[in-house]
Design a protein around this ligand. Structure first.
Ligand code: TXA
Ligand code: MG
Length: 319
């Protein structure tokens, strides 16, 4: 694996590599993606293999702009409303796939009739997508189930296979994945909490439903949402400010912080949820690397992006 700086020459080179079915780790505003040509069965199958990802778990297609995106989906009013507010940005919409499109191979959507699409708000991703002149599917650039990378170095240190090129965009700004919303029915359904809070979404669409994997009446298909995910290599213990010997503490805010405890990183001393979100994966990586036997996590308020943080932590703590 090699890290390349985002120069014009390197972007032209990487777009050529993508056309030859190579994979490229690409920075976005959320996390790094493992990008490949969306229309190529070969590239898509090497993405699944590189991540050890189950083939039933579909990928997100990324676009340089809304005109390209619209060619691959059956757009509707709900999508129009959400896109005009949040695209480009950390929003992924699940829509009916345009049955006529040749830009997306069937493995990319795990054979589903729907497709997840997004336009990253990130200059380097935009430049690569524009130069490639097509859609790139890009799941987070981690081994399935593990922490998502927010720096090029975290990918370099990972056990991802079959990846030659990492395009360096520094540390990602949001630090948490996009919010995923299904807009195939009348009422939009949040499938995954993410960098845009549900309050901001509701302000645009009014009625909003939530995917619940235990609710058999929901017709929504969300293959990736039931899986244990986002886990460091050691176990995670939630909602405590009382770390034990051998544990590392992921703290939040400036109240009830244990004194004389050295194995500690604070997500946000100012108790800012946005700051905590942007540090979450990075600090979990760092505590994991320090060799903690377990990571204890202080409570995080369940408001706005706090819901996405708690979603990731709960799934990381699943056994
Ligand atoms: O911020 C992000 O969204 C990052 C960056 C790289 O763009 N990407 C990302 O991709 O998080 P990934 O593959 O790690 O997560 C995508 C999620 C999966 O849980 C998958 O099941 C779901 O999106 N998904 C994809 N297509 C879907 C579809 N047609 N219907 C329902 N869920 C879908
Ligand atoms: Mg992921």
């Amino acid at each position: 694996m090699e890290i390349l700086k985002p120069t014009k020459e390197n972007i032209i080179f990487l777009a050529q590599e993508l056309r030859k079915n190579q994979l490229v780790a690409m920075p976005t505003e959320t996390v790094y993606g493992l990008a490949g040509d969306a229309k190529s069965e070969i590239a898509v199958s090497s993405i699944y293999k590189a991540k050890n990802r189950p083939s039933f778990n579909p990928l997100i297609a990324h676009y340089a702009n809304i005109e390209c995106l619209k060619k691959d989906v059956i757009f509707n009013d709900l999508a129009e409303k959400l896109a005009s507010h949040f695209m480009p940005g950390p929003l992924t919409l699940v829509m009916k796939k345009n049955p006529k499109t040749k830009n997306i191979c069937s493995a990319a959507t795990a054979g589903l009739k729907t497709i997840a699409v997004r336009i990253p708000a990130h200059d380097i991703a935009h430049d690569l997508l524009t130069e490639f002149n097509g859609s790139l599917v890009a799941p987070s650039a981690n081994i399935s189930g593990c922490l998502s990378p927010v720096t090029a170095e975290q990918i370099l240190a990972s056990k991802i296979t079959g990846l030659k090129w990492i395009l360096d965009g520094g540390k990602t700004i949001k630090g948490l994945e996009s919010t995923i919303i299904d807009v195939t029915e009348k009422i939009p359904v949040i499938l995954r909490f993410g960098s845009i809070g549900d309050d901001a979404i509701r302000a645009v669409v009014g009625d909003l439903a939530y995917f619940n994997k235990h609710d058999k009446r929901q017709k929504i298909n969300a293959p990736g949402m039931g899986l244990k995910h986002y886990a460091p290599s050691c176990p995670v213990r939630l909602s405590t400010d009382n770390p034990q010997n051998g544990e590392a503490l992921l703290a939040f805010g400036n109240e009830n912080i244990p004194q004389n405890f050295s194995f500690i990183l604070n997500l946000s001393e100012q108790a800012s949820i946005d700051e905590a979100a942007s540090n979450l994966f990075d600090y979990l990586y760092q505590l994991d690397k320090m060799g903690a036997s377990q990571i204890a996590v202080m409570p995080i308020p369940n408001i706005g992006i706090g819901k996405a943080i708690n979603d990731r932590l709960t799934r990381a703590a699943e056994v």
